[in-house]
Design a protein around this ligand. Structure first.
Ligand code: ADP
Ligand code: AMP
Length: 217
């Protein structure tokens, strides 16, 4: 099964993916996480991506597509995609790559949240640099303030691109380049589920699971 989770940065894609992968036994593939680990490992790809990520711009399509198709193949074509595709070019190239393997996307979930809400979600996000767990300073607090629940001795950090000056650029890139991806999927008659995602985490999960249940029916 291949699912795609769309939505602006801070919509809750990563948070919902963690719950979807538990229920549906899929690999969570976040293009942002993969790029951050390429950067941490100091690879050529990581070095090329750095300037774009730091300014809140999208990394060029040609760097992303190959990286993600390789990750999807490695996941045995069983995954939920988070943060990819982010342009209509990426979406079309992904479709071509899947078609060549006799695969297709089972469903696209579009998490819809207003900019004002995502801005407070992003600036309050804190994550564990060791295990990747994601918290929020108001809505999803760790048991001990500032420290990861799973990796007890690891201090939570704020991503550099979650600071207010970069967030505006990331939201701009979303509206300019990524919002059209849902229209692309509707135009090729993919199964697209629109989900309001401004409510509490559990409410959004319930709405997502309800939609996904209709796939199996
Ligand atoms: P994305 O992967 O779309 O960028 P995240 O899943 O990392 O978004 O969520 C962004 C921030 O908002 C995190 O700090 C997360 O804890 C918080 N968050 C996610 N979903 C909700 C929600 N429904 N209500 C309140 N806070 C949320
Ligand atoms: P994210 O973790 O999804 O918020 O992504 C962090 C940053 O990585 C983005 O602001 C982009 O610079 C880059 N990035 C992640 N995924 C993509 C993608 N599919 N296409 C282009 N750039 C991406």
């Amino acid at each position: 099964m291949i699912l795609v989770l769309l939505g602006p940065p801070g919509a809750g894609k990563g948070t919902q993916c963690k719950r979807i992968i538990d229920k549906y036994k899929l690999r969570h593939l976040s293009s942002g996480d993969i790029l951050r680990s390429e950067r941490a490992a100091g690879t050529e790809l990581g070095k090329k991506a750095q300037q774009y990520m730091d300014s809140g711009a999208l990394v060029p399509d040609e760097l992303i597509i190959e990286m993600m198709v390789a990750a999807i193949a490695d996941a045995g074509w069983n995954c939920v995609l988070d943060g990819f595709p982010r342009t209509t070019v990426q979406a079309a190239r992904l479709d071509d790559a899947l078609k060549s393997q006799g695969k297709k996307i089972d469903a696209v979930i579009d998490l819809q949240v207003d900019d004002k809400i995502v801005a407070t979600r992003i600036t309050g996000r804190r994550s564990c640099p060791k295990c990747g767990a994601v918290y929020h300073i108001e809505t999803l607090k760790p048991k001990r303030q500032g420290w990861c629940d799973n990796c007890i001795d690891t201090k939570l950090v704020q991503r550099d691109d979650d600071k207010p000056e970069v967030v505006a650029n990331r939201l701009g890139a979303y509206h300019k380049q990524t919002a059209a991806v849902v229209g692309y999927y509707k135009s090729v008659k993919a199964t697209v589920f629109d989900v309001r995602a401004d409510g509490a985490v559990d409410d959004v999960t319930r709405a997502v699971f309800n939609k996904l249940a209709s796939l199996a029916a």
